[in-house]
Design a protein. Structure first.
Length: 555
């Protein structure tokens, strides 16, 4: 370590990143994500690039008001083991009583939560985690280093079906043997310190602890419904949990939340999530009649309508997307030429326009976004419908009926309609099937050609580890490519921005060469709220940080 603050040494890579910001070779968001992931505090990170820490908007504008009930529309899902959560909505209810080790902020930085700090050695093979002291579970137990280890051990358990955290913890696991946490991987140094001994460098290990399936549970948790016996360190308790109708959080009067002294809040007495189904018109009717104060997310065709209501609008730049992906275990999608031909028939700009009302950026079919720190510009084959049809004829599937399946949500369905229409214009026979969510999500990883949503992750390697790594719980394409795996392992280990970007360029090229998916655009996320709602702006990864929310009384 070569640079220190009054707290501790600053990782040398952060100093290199700061110089890249000053010379214009790295964006501020990229810098904040990279440096705070290595354990540099947000305050120190801003200081390294000569900027003050921005004040929270609500603090700058007015003093938050205690009390009140906020009602938000949201599709509700049944509660289950957090490490198997595969939708943000699970977490947004569970966040009421379950905190996280770290929290991803809209500016790209990581905020310490149940971990007070963390620090990596120079090659990111050893991480030192400092456990926040003075935190209590709502049953009176102390939060300790043993709780940190217990949760890491749970995350590492690759034998649990649907546990996507296991893939995020590979460098702590005995992947080829027990499929559990590796002996010696995690060490309790003292009651306030945990050390991670990784089998390979991994710059994303702490950042992964901010992802929504990483909610921290008590050692007594039985892997069932966490709302049934809601022991947690958070500020609220679940009062009502009726899937499809309403989920309610109420402030816990018998528990002093640790975060009040650190970050302020909580302010609200009550948060009500109300399910109006997937029809955005039903949500609009609720807003117009005063039944809700905020909506989970504004669909593109309704943005101007909510603007017309006079509601406040927030927007987040994100790497959230739809992936119209091919299941490579199914014929004819096991043929790379077929996959690439279908990509070649589709102009992604048209899909953005028709499917998402141009509210975003055109993407390049490799699932790495320009706002990801690792993004590299690579050549994408041009759109050529005639060549696409010729390639399918050459592959012997010129007359094959391709079926593109989507859920009946508005923009997903419209995006798939735009893909299918362009394929038909190229002379390709495409059948469209639209399924209700209750049917679609039962088999979402199995459909030969379908559309799924992918949330943003702060780092591009996080998305690739989840979506395209062989054996990963969320690998819906059955992609299994040794060259990709080797390059991804290399990228996971590189801290230097330029060197890592060189590897990412090769990774992106492999994904393009293999025709993994039609990944057409990056979504802008928009939320409208009543004008008296504060602190509840849309988050780039859909997170609900309830302790920041408050409501101005209406006279």
């Amino acid at each position: 370590m070569t640079h220190t603050t009054k707290d501790r040494a600053v990782h040398p890579a952060a100093l290199l990143y700061a110089e890249e910001v000053k010379t214009g070779h790295m964006s501020r968001r990229e810098f904040l994500t990279r440096s705070t992931a290595l354990g540099v505090s947000a305050g120190v990170a801003y200081g390294l690039i000569g900027l003050p820490v921005p004040a929270r908007a609500q603090d700058a504008a007015m003093t938050p008001v205690e009390g009140g009930t906020l009602r938000m529309s949201m599709e509700l899902r049944p509660t289950k083991d957090p490490r198997t959560w595969d939708w943000s909505e699970y977490a947004n209810f569970g966040r009421g009583w379950l905190d996280y080790m770290v929290e991803y902020e809209p500016d790209g930085s990581l905020r310490p939560m149940l971990l007070e700090s963390w620090e990596a050695n120079e090659d990111a093979t050893e991480w030192t985690l400092k456990v926040r002291q003075g935190v209590k579970w709502n049953n009176g137990d102390d939060f300790t280093a043993e709780d940190v280890v217990n949760n890491i051990k749970r995350w590492c358990d690759g034998t649990v079906e649907g546990n996507s955290m296991a893939g995020r913890m590979d460098t702590l696991r005995d992947v080829e043997g027990t499929n559990q946490m590796r002996d010696g991987a995690v060490e309790i140094v003292d009651p306030a310190t945990v050390k991670l001994h990784l089998s390979a460098p991994d710059i994303a290990i702490v950042t992964n602890m901010a992802d929504y399936p990483a909610a921290v549970v008590h050692q007594s948790y039985d892997n069932g419904d966490p709302a049934a016996n809601p022991i947690g360190t958070g500020a609220w308790l679940p009062e009502q949990n009726e899937v499809g109708v309403k989920q309610v959080l109420v402030r816990n009067p018998d528990h002093t939340w640790w975060g009040t002294a650190v970050y302020g809040g909580p302010y609200l007495d009550r948060i009500e999530y109300i399910d109006y189904g997937t029809d955005p018109a039903a949500v609009l009717a609720a807003a117009e009649s005063g039944e809700i104060d905020a909506i989970y997310g504004t669909t593109p065709d309704f943005v101007e309508i909510y603007d017309g209501l006079g509601w406040a609008k927030s927007e987040a730049v994100t790497a959230t997307t739809v992936a119209i992906r091919f299941q490579q275990a199914a014929e004819p999608y096991n043929n790379r030429d077929v996959r690439r031909a279908l990509q070649q028939a589709v102009d992604n700009a048209v899909v953005l326009e028709l499917g998402y009302n141009n509210l975003g950026l055109v993407a390049e079919n490799h699932h790495v976004c320009p706002i990801h720190p690792e993004y590299a510009e690579v050549h994408r084959p041009p759109v050529d419908p005639a060549a696409a049809k010729a390639a399918l004829d050459a592959a012997g599937v010129g007359d094959f009926e391709f079926e593109l399946i989507s859920v009946d949500d508005q923009y997903e369905s419209a995006s798939c309609d735009a893909v299918a229409a362009q394929c038909r214009d190229a002379g390709i026979n495409v059948k469209r099937t639209v399924l209700p969510g209750s049917t679609f999500w039962n088999d979402w990883t199995k459909y030969p050609w379908s559309c799924t949503l992918w949330n943003m992750r702060p780092l591009g390697v996080q998305v690739l580890n989840l979506a395209y790594k062989a054996g990963a719980a969320w690998n819906e394409t059955s992609f299994n490519n040794p060259d990709f795996e080797a390059l991804l392992a290399q990228a996971n280990s590189i801290a230097d921005a330029d060197a890592r970007r060189e590897v990412m360029a090769k990774i992106e090229q492999v994904l393009l060469d293999e025709g993994v998916a039609i990944q057409p655009y990056w979504r802008s996320l928009i939320r409208h709220t009543a004008t008296n709602v504060h602190g509840a702006d849309v988050h780039p990864t859909f997170e609900h940080h309830h302790y920041k929310w408050w409501m101005e009384p209406v006279n």
